[in-house]
Design a protein around this ligand. Structure first.
Ligand code: ADP
Length: 365
C-alpha cells in the first residue's frame, strides 16, 4: 500500500507574469516502509517536494495524500511526519535527552513514559550513555543520530530526510549510510530522502526518482535506473555514461545496428526508422579493453561483439581500479577497469574496446 501519494503536483515561484515551476506536474507514490531517494542536480525541485509533503510549502496544483487522506488543509504538526535536515537544527542549550524528548514533552506524555521511550530510542541510534551531553559535545555523526532519534520518537508515519549526511566527511558518511538504512529497516518507517550524491542514492534506496527542472525524468529501483537509463540526462546523472550519437540502420533477429561516423554499434534495443538519429549509452565498466588487434574474434562469442578501435589518451589510477580515456575515432570514451592486469595500458597505446550489444542502451535526448 502507498503511504504517500503525490499526484500531479506543481509549485511555482516568481512573478505571476513569469512563473518558474519548482515542481512541474510531479506524480510519485511512496510505499509502506519504503526507502525512497530523490536525486537530481541543485535546483531541480527535490527540496520543494519534501517541503510540500511536510506542509512548509503549498503547491498551487495537484494533491498530496498520506494514508489516502488529502493533507492540503492540515498544518505541519498534524501531518504525522518526522524531518531531519543537513544542519540537524538541534536545540543547542538542551541535553541529548531533552532534544530527543521534545516531541513527547510538547504532546504532554507523562515523564516516566518519556524516560522509557527516550532511553529505547537512544539505544536504537546507538547513543546510549550520551543522554546528558549537549550537542556541541558530540561529533557530527552523533549529532546526526540525535536528530534522527528526535524525528523518530513520536513514531511518525513518514520520515523526510533532506541531505541528512551532507555535512559529514566521506568516511563517516559511509558509516552513517549503513546505520541509517539499518535503523530505517528496524523501525520500518516510510522514508523519503533527498540527496545529490548518486552513490548514496544507489546504496540506500529501494527506489529512486531522478529530477530535472522540476520534473521526474525517471523512476524505479536503483539497478533498473542504472542499467536502463531512459534519457541521456539520467544516464549521465546516475553514474557515468558514454553517449554515442549515430543513425538507425536496421534490425535482424533482435539485433539492431546504429551507424556512427567511424563505425557501427550493435544494440538489442529497438530503433526508429532507418536514417533517424539515435543515442546509445554505454557504461564505462561494460567495456573490455584489449591491445589493438587482439580483441575477441568474431567466432569467439555467442553473439556479435561491439568493437571500436582507439588510442589511450590518459589513465587515472585509483588502486583497485583504473579509469582510461580512450580516443575512439574522435570521441573520447571513458573505460573503467578492475586493476588486475600485470601491465596496465599507457597513453599512446593502440587498443580495442569490446562490449556486448545488451550493454548498448538506447536513450532519448
Ligand atoms: P533542489 O532541492 O533540487 O536543489 P529546490 O526545490 O530547492 O531544488 O528548488 C527548485 C527551484 O525552485 C529552484 O529553481 C529554486 O531556485 C526555486 N525555489 C525554491 N524555493 C524558492 C523560494 N522560496 N522562492 C523562490 N524560488 C524558490
Amino acid at each position: 500500500m502507498s503511504v504517500v501519494e503525490v499526484e500531479k503536483v506543481s509549485k511555482f515561484y516568481g512573478p505571476a507574469t513569469a512563473p518558474v515551476a519548482a515542481l512541474d506536474n510531479v506524480t510519485l507514490t511512496f510505499g509502506d516502509g519504503e526507502f525512497f531517494g530523490l536525486l537530481g542536480p541543485s535546483g531541480s525541485g527535490k527540496t520543494t517536494l519534501l517541503r510540500s509533503i511536510a506542509g512548509f510549502v503549498e503547491p498551487e496544483r495537484g494533491d498530496i495524500r498520506i494514508d489516502g487522506e488529502p493533507v492540503r488543509d492540515k498544518p505541519v504538526h498534524r501531518r504525522d511526519i518526522g524531518m531531519v535536515f543537513q544542519n540537524y537544527a538541534l536545540f543547542p542549550h538542551m541535553s541529548v535527552f531533552d532534544n530527543v524528548a521534545f516531541g513527547l514533552s510538547v504532546r504532554g506524555v507523562p515523564k516516566r513514559a518519556i524516560a522509557e521511550q527516550v532511553a529505547a530510542m537512544l539505544e536504537l541510534v546507538r547513543l546510549g550513555g550520551l543522554q546528558g551531553r549537549r550537542p556541541r559535545e558530540l561529533s557530527g555523526g552523533q549529532q546526526q543520530r540525535v536528530a534522527l532519534a528526535r524525528a523518530l520518537i513520536t513514531r511518525p508515519r513518514v520520515l523526510l530526510l533532506d541531505e541528512p549526511l551532507g555535512a559529514l566527511d566521506k568516511r563517516l558518511r559511509q558509516e552513517m549510510q549503513i546505520e541509517l538504512k539499518q535503523i530505517q529497516r528496524e523501525v520500518g518507517i516510510t522514508t523519503v530522502f533527498v540527496t545529490h550524491d548518486q552513490e548514496e542514492a544507489l546504496t540506500l534506496s529501494d527506489r529512486i526518482a531522478i529530477f530535472n527542472d522540476g520534473k521526474v525524468v525517471q523512476m524505479g529501483p536503483p539497478n533498473e535506473v542504472y542499467e536502463r537509463p531512459a534519457t541521456a540526462f539520467a544516464a549521465g546523472f546516475l553514474g557515468d555514461a558514454n553517449i554515442f550519437a549515430g543513425r538507425a540502420d536496421g534490425c535482424n533477429g533482435g539485433l539492431c545496428r546504429v551507424l556512427l561516423d567511424g563505425g557501427a554499434i550493435w544494440t538489442r534495443d529497438t530503433l526508429p526508422a532507418k536514417g533517424e538519429p539515435v543515442l546509445i549509452a554505454v557504461r564505462p565498466e561494460k567495456f573490455a579493453l584489449h591491445p589493438a588487434g587482439r580483441g575477441p574474434a568474431a567466432g569467439d562469442e555467442p553473439e556479435p561483439v561491439n568493437r571500436l578501435t582507439g588510442q589511450v589518451l590518459q589513465l587515472v589510477y585509483s588502486g583497485s581500479s583504473i579509469t582510461y580515456k580512450v580516443d575512439a575515432g574522435g570521441q573520447v570514451v571513458t573505460v573503467f577497469e578492475q586493476n588486475r592486469s600485470a601491465r596496465p595500458f599507457a597513453p599512446g597505446d593502440a587498443v580495442e574496446l569490446a562490449w556486448a550489444p545488451a550493454h548498448s542502451v538506447r536513450v532519448e535526448p
